[in-house]
Design a protein around this ligand. Structure first.
Ligand code: URP
Ligand code: ZN
Ligand code: ZN
Length: 496
């Protein structure tokens, strides 16, 4: 019997803490040897001239997520019909592997007026059909006592350790009171809370004024939600989390003024982390200013900003305030019959167009090219932003996010010199467009290995449906049993 199922030979391994020339011996899906030269192996993968990176860990992906009314702005009439994002776990897995990503964390929906367990069972069945390894955030959009006291413990027992809340969107948003209850519940059960931070009332008010003035085109999406609405909600989310002493991650930070709220809180010792996404580094509000419906292709929330703001977001990445870059992948097509972006037709005001853009396969190439190739960040920093930090924060480390003995053999073999012009075909997703069409990047994944199996080589993805594994997560040990609450409220604070 061979010592190793696979040996990856001749590559330069980037671990997030430095680079070294070394071979990788893999057995039973795990890394079992790292050495300058590893002989033998039942199979070999030549990494000569390539970087060997940990497989990407994308902890913010909307995949095959059924929703009522999609992600539309405040004030819109909530649709009653069900839209399932067009990306299935199968197609998303192909796209993930094409882009060098091997693990995703996506969202179990909750609809207002309903519990969470039936939808969780449905979502578990959908995800089990994919090939990428996966975990879940549990969305809480209706924080009833039954959900928080009976259902959340069950969700936690099933290995889900993050609760996701929205401070905006019709019909998902939570009041401050409901948000506080979720924070307390999360603390009681050792969960992280991830938060979409925008001010619901302010967006609603501005949207109504814009629509009244006849300003309905996609570009007014950006006008409806300027940076201040994100800054305010970020400040409030942090303040409420601080009150409860509950760690949070602020999702998709688009601008420096929101990131500065995070930096200030981190400086005070508050356990808050910040995520950003490629759309805030490579897209701008001006992209939505296209004729007719075309601007909808770039519509996400928070809104893409400006070239100047992109520079400021890079600075907050360099400072370490924003320490995770996720895709926020959303499966809404633009053109084909039944396209998700057209849920309300192509003549509806911006308010009624689903928010969100696809980016699962584009995430690593864009961040590498705009970051490493252009000299904005180091290779190690790139690895930490895209694999190590998200794995750690989501409780997936040490199994995921690193190249280390004992960890899963998830790898992206990367050609740092390869120049590619992004096209939709290269994304290999089920969506009929990419907002990054025509973007030239330097650096591209040439092979992807998931738990020791080569699942992508030179753009060709081969993986058996149903081989993705659920990644159960344990309690967060940094959630201290005592916080700002008086004695007697310690291990299981009850505020009711
Ligand atoms: O526009 C976005 N980001 N859509 C996806 C849902 C969300 O807010 O994360
Ligand atoms: Zn969001
Ligand atoms: Zn999202």
């Amino acid at each position: 019997m061979a010592d190793y199922d696979l040996v990856v030979r001749g590559g330069t391994v980037a671990s997030g803490l430095g680079t070294m020339r070394c071979d990788i011996g893999i057995r039973g899906g795990r890394i079992v040897a790292l050495a300058e030269s590893i002989p033998g192996g039942a199979a070999t993968l030549d990494a000569g001239g390539l970087l060997v990176l940990p497989g990407g860990v994308d902890t913010h992906c909307h995949i095959e997520e059924p929703s009522r009314g999609g992600y539309t702005s405040a004030g819109g009439a909530p649709a009653t019909e069900v839209t399932v994002q067009e990306e299935s776990f199968g197609s998303a897995s192909v796209s993930a592997f094409a882009g060098g990503t091997t693990s995703v964390v996506c969202f179990v929906p909750q609809w207002k007026g309903e519990g969470i367990l039936p939808r969780l069972a449905d979502y578990e069945a959908r995800a089990a059909r994919g090939m990428v390894d996966y975990s879940f955030h549990q969305i809480i959009s209706d924080a009833t006592d039954d959900v928080l006291e009976r259902e959340v413990p069950e969700v936690v027992a099933r290995g889900i350790r993050s609760l996701k809340v929205f401070l905006t969107y019709e019909p998902l948003h939570l009041s401050d009171e409901a948000f506080l209850k979720v924070l307390v519940t999360a603390r009681r059960h050792g969960c992280l809370v991830t938060v979409h931070c925008e001010n619901y009332a302010a967006i609603n008010w501005r949207t109504e004024a814009l629509l009244k003035a006849g300003l309905t085109a996609p570009k007014y999406h950006a006008w409806s939600r300027p940076p201040v609405v994100e800054r305010e909600a970020t400040h409030r989310a942090i303040a409420l989390a601080e009150l409860v002493d509950q760690p949070i991650q602020v999702f998709h930070v688009s601008c420096a003024e929101a990131a500065e709220e995070i930096a200030r809180a981190q400086h005070r010792g508050v356990k808050v982390w910040g995520e950003t996404c490629p759309q805030y580094l490579a897209l701008a509000a001006a992209d939505m200013d296209r004729p007719g419906f075309d601007g909808a292709a770039y519509m996400c929330s928070p809104s893409p900003r400006s070239a100047e703001e992109q520079g400021r977001v890079w600075e907050m990445i360099r400072r370490g305030t924003l320490d995770v870059v996720s895709s926020d992948h959303c499966g809404f097509s633009m053109h084909r019959p039944g396209a998700g972006k057209q849920a309300g037709g192509t003549a509806v005001p911006f308010r009624d167009i689903p928010n969100g853009i696809p980016g699962l396969a584009a995430r690593l190439p864009i961040l590498f090219s705009e970051g490493v190739s252009k000299g904005r960040i180091s290779l190690d920093h790139f690895v930490r932003l895209t694999a190590t930090n998200p794995a750690r924060l989501m409780g997936l480390a040490p199994r995921k996010g690193a190249i280390a003995i004992g960890g899963d053999a998830d790898l992206a073999l990367w050609d740092p010199k390869k120049k590619v012009t992004i096209t939709n075909a290269l994304m290999q997703h089920a969506i009929d467009y990419t907002p990054y069409e025509g973007l030239e990047v330097t650096g591209w994944p040439v092979a992807t290995v998931r738990r020791g199996t080569v699942v992508m080589r030179d753009g060709v993805v081969q993986a058996e449906p149903g081989t993705g594994r659920f990644l159960a997560r344990g309690p967060y040990d940094f959630i201290a049993p005592r916080g700002l609450l008086p004695d007697g409220f310690d291990a299981a604070p009850r505020l009711e």
